[in-house]
Design a protein around this ligand. Structure first.
Ligand SMILES: Cc1cc2nc3c(=O)[nH]c(=O)nc-3n(C[C@H](O)[C@H](O)[C@H](O)COP(=O)(O)OP(=O)(O)OC[C@H]3O[C@@H](n4cnc5c(N)ncnc54)[C@H](O)[C@@H]3O)c2cc1C
Length: 362
């Protein structure tokens, strides 16, 4: 590790590692990625990892998810098998009154090319017989699926290393100083500053604290999600279903919860019970399954729910990428951020995702 880089990325989750890899494809810059822990110690190591497109609204946001999902097979050609599976996704609803909402969703998503079908109860049960006969219908898209987040981050890092990106783990960034044409970055393990022309903040739920080092107020909330996992069951679920899917080894992963409790990553009996009950409402046969594990993770949710992406206003050569659904979005976000840094413009306009929308400009 030297002291001088062209680009320093802070945070090595699915977003930071994707940006590092996509930047490294240009093979032009000295790049360093710094993480206070290990690459999956943040949210990316405690996620459900659906690559979920179909009910991301408004459609301009759905479009980002669609393009990102489309990139996954090509990404696998480049970095290796990240176990991306396009299972198709079902979002069931129970009330007849939800029909109109479902039809409006299908219409809206069609505007950007996301094909959403609205299925009757019989059609849903034909696709996925284990679902409850009490459901009224469902929306469905063949674009939804899932990925292995552990393989994804590991292979982003391996591919970036082949392109000479450097990594520094267990090394929290503690101070950043903006000078005329570069940044000085201080970390816990290094007495001298690391100097870089450009800095990219990819700190996930810690974006607020990292932003403060540059005098910024990054409006993200930390929202705990608890996930329960059943014992391995004989294969019976083909699709990714809202908050549930069956893994290759037969376990069913289930998670719906959202709690604003900061960085507290405990799992709690009340939420585990609620989650299990919701799962049984969707799939009655799960009542007989044993829950064998649970975990929780901290979602990073920008104040208005949409990604914060792009250049940081008023800070020369500083960038940010903070969002929920980062697993879904990582191939596209890496691609777009690399375009922004290397070329200065992006193939999808990022203006509406700018941090500027939260700032009070006259
Ligand atoms: C329960 C749950 C379910 C989810 N399900 C899905 C899903 O199905 N599909 C989907 O697309 N998304 C899902 N998400 C969201 C998704 O996991 C996140 O959007 C994504 O992991 C965020 O990645 P990240 O790289 O931005 O953040 P992180 O993975 O948290 O990475 C940030 C990194 O920054 C590092 N860092 C922090 N502070 C410092 C510092 N001072 N110095 C150096 N390094 C620092 C951290 O150590 C961390 O490694 C889910 C999240 C949760 C919690």
């Amino acid at each position: 590790m030297t002291d001088q880089y062209d680009i320093v990325i802070i945070g090595c989750g699915v977003i930071g590692s994707s940006i590092a890899y996509h930047l490294s494809e240009y093979k032009q810059k000295r790049i360093l990625v710094i993480d206070k822990g290990f690459p999956l110690s943040g949210t990316s190591g405690s996620t459900q990892a659906w690559v979920w497109v179909h009910n991301k609204v408004p459609s301009w946001y759905g479009e980002l998810s669609m393009y990102s999902a489309e990139l996954y097979p090509f990404l696998e050609r480049k970095i290796g098998d990240v176990e991306y599976k396009r299972t198709g996704g079902i979002a069931p609803f129970f009330a007849q009154t939800d029909w109109d909402k479902a039809l409006r969703l299908a219409e809206e998503q069609a505007e950007v090319g996301i094909k959403v079908e609205v299925l009757t109860r019989d059609q849903v049960l034909e696709k996925e017989p284990a679902l409850s006969p009490k459901i009224a219908g469902a929306t469905y898209s063949d674009m939804d699926g899932n990925v292995n987040p552990f393989r994804l981050v590991e292979l982003y890092i391996k591919a970036a290393k082949r392109n000479e990106v450097e990594f520094s783990f267990y090394n929290p960034v503690t101070e950043m100083v903006m000078e005329k044409d570069h940044y000085k970055i201080y970390t816990k393990n290094k007495k001298d500053a690391i100097t870089t022309e450009r800095v990219i903040l990819a700190g996930g739920p810690w974006s607020k604290e990292i932003g403060e080092l540059l005098g910024l107020d990054i409006p993200v909330k930390q929202v705990r999600g608890q996930v329960i996992i059943t014992e391995p069951l004989a294969p019976f679920l083909k699709h990714t279903i809202g908050g549930m899917r069956q893994a290759e080894n037969g376990e069913v992963l289930i998670g719906f919860s959202k709690e604003e409790v900061g960085y507290d990553r405990r799992t709690t009996m009340d939420v585990i019970q609620e989650t299990a009950q919701m799962a049984i409402n969707y799939i009655p046969s799960l009542a007989k399954a044993n829950i064998v594990r649970s975990f929780s993770g901290v979602r990073v949710i920008p104040e208005d729910g949409f990604p914060i992406l792009g250049k940081i206003p008023d800070k020369k050569n500083a960038y940010i990428a903070a969002m929920h659904s980062g697993v879904t979005l990582s191939p596209l976000v890496g691609t777009l951020m690399a375009e922004l840094v290397m070329v200065g413009e992006t193939s999808i306009c990022l203006k509406r995702y700018s941090l500027k929308r939260f700032m009070n400009y006259a």
